[in-house]
Structures are given as structure tokens and as C-alpha cells.
Design a protein around this ligand. Structure first.
Ligand SMILES: [Zn+2]
Length: 241
């Protein structure tokens, strides 16, 4: 591994001037992950992620501190400790910059978390805008419309070509106001095959269709894993099926 490849895995974050070089991957297979983000501690987001910590070397973990007393959350906290990953506390306005020019901006949640909403935990999701060159990705976590309206208030900073649709395409999310702020041209929905919630909901797809053509809406239950590659100018999408 040359120094070029190593520097790719260095990241800096706005709350500290420390730059943390990441060790070389083990020989034969790249088992190094620069940064893992836990959006919120619900089991559908945390269970598989704990396994990532166990199977890969994870240099940084970004999450919002959250009291959530479940066995899965305890497993996650234990795995973060064992991995001795650098822990970054997600705060609105924080940015993480990678040496290759990728930036990651934390758009939510706000410092004072929302309360008495339909789901305070979902609304406390870490919402990110990842950008490389001219291409932006808005990763909406599981925020509901209450959380979305706070993100939509932020002077156009959420505007992105790609939207990872919030809350699995539930009708609770993807409000008109939020979609208007993001103005995506391409959308990805993470939803399980034959899931019991009927995600994605037809209302959500209808709202999305005002912005994104049907051919540019990818749903994991139909397309399998969705991979997007960008050079900062153009975007290539590859799907499993
Ligand atoms: Zn979820």
C-alpha cells in the first residue's frame, strides 16, 4: 500500500484539529472502514452495523449520544469500545473532511432534540449531506416530517442530486417541503422484501414522482444493493438486480 492509498483514509473534523491516520489494511483484503455512522439506535439500523465493527477495522464512529436501553445498543457500545474507534459526536453544523475531497456535513439532529413527536428517536437521526465535487447525497436517516422541516430550514444546504429517502419510504417522511428543499433527481429507498410495513408507501412514491422520474427511483427490495460511484461530475449507478 503506497502513501497515496493511506492518505485516502485520513479524515479531519471541524471540532478538533487532530488528523488521524488510519493503519494499513491487513494483507489480501481491504478490511478497513474509515467511518461508520450510526444514524439512531433502532434495531433495524444497529444490528448489522455492530457486525461491521466486528468484521472490519473501523477507524471512526459518528453517532449522536442517545440513551436507549436495549441489548442491541449495549452490544454496539461494547463493540465500539473493543474496536477503540475514534468516536465523533454528531452535531448539527459539524463537517468531516476526507483527504480525497469528500466532505460530510451533519445537517441534523439539532442540539436540542425534538420531543413529543410521533417518534423522538427517529427524529433524532443523524442526517448527513455527503459531497464530492458537484455531486451531493442527502442521507435522511429515519426522520419524520417534524425533523425534516428543521432540515428544510437551513438555507438550501440540503440541496442534493441524490436522496437516500427517509424512513424506508414511509408516509411519515418525505414531506413536500423537505423534497422541495433537497430537490433530488435520483432517489434510493431502503426497504425489506415483503416488509410488514408496506414500505415504500404509495403516497411517498407519488410525492417523490414530482421530483424524480420512476426510472431514477431505486428500491432495495426490488433492485438489491445499489452502488453509486461518482467522480465529482457524473454519477454511475449499479444495482444488484
Ligand atoms: Zn429504520
Amino acid at each position: 500500500m503506497g502513501s497515496k492509498a493511506r492518505s485516502r483514509w485520513t479524515c479531519r473534523w471541524s471540532e478538533s484539529s487532530t488528523s488521524t491516520p488510519v493503519p494499513k489494511p491487513k494483507r489480501g483484503f481491504d478490511r478497513l472502514v474509515a467511518l461508520v455512522v450510526l444514524t439512531h439506535p433502532h434495531s433495524d439500523h444497529i444490528s448489522g452495523l455492530t457486525e461491521i465493527l466486528e468484521r472490519y477495522q473501523v477507524r471512526h464512529v459518528l453517532e449522536r449520544e442517545f440513551a436507549h436501553d436495549t441489548p442491541q445498543h449495549a452490544d454496539w457500545r461494547r463493540a465500539v469500545g473493543v474496536e477503540s474507534s475514534v468516536e465523533l459526536l454528531a452535531r448539527q453544523g459539524m463537517t468531516v473532511t476526507f483527504d480525497d475531497g469528500v466532505t460530510l456535513e451533519v445537517l441534523g439532529p439539532p442540539k436540542k432534540l425534538l420531543s413529543n413527536t410521533l417518534s423522538d428517536i427517529d427524529n433524532a437521526s443523524v442526517v448527513l449531506r455527503v459531497a464530492y465535487g458537484k455531486v451531493g447525497f442527502l442521507l435522511a436517516g429515519d426522520v419524520f416530517r417534524e425533523g425534516e422541516s428543521l432540515i428544510a430550514n437551513n438555507d438550501g444546504r440540503s440541496s442534493s442530486q441524490v436522496l437516500k429517502v427517509g424512513h424506508h419510504g414511509s408516509r411519515s417522511s418525505s414531506s413536500e417541503r423537505f423534497l422541495n428543499a433537497v430537490s433530488p433527481v435520483l432517489a434510493v429507498i431502503s426497504a425489506g422484501e415483503d416488509n410488514r410495513f408496506d414500505h415504500p408507501h404509495v403516497e411517498t412514491l407519488a410525492r417523490l414522482s414530482d421530483y424524480v422520474s420512476a426510472a431514477n427511483i431505486y428500491v432495495t427490495s426490488k433492485h438489491g444493493s445499489v452502488e453509486m460511484v461518482t467522480n465529482g461530475e457524473t454519477l454511475t449507478v449499479k444495482t444488484e438486480r
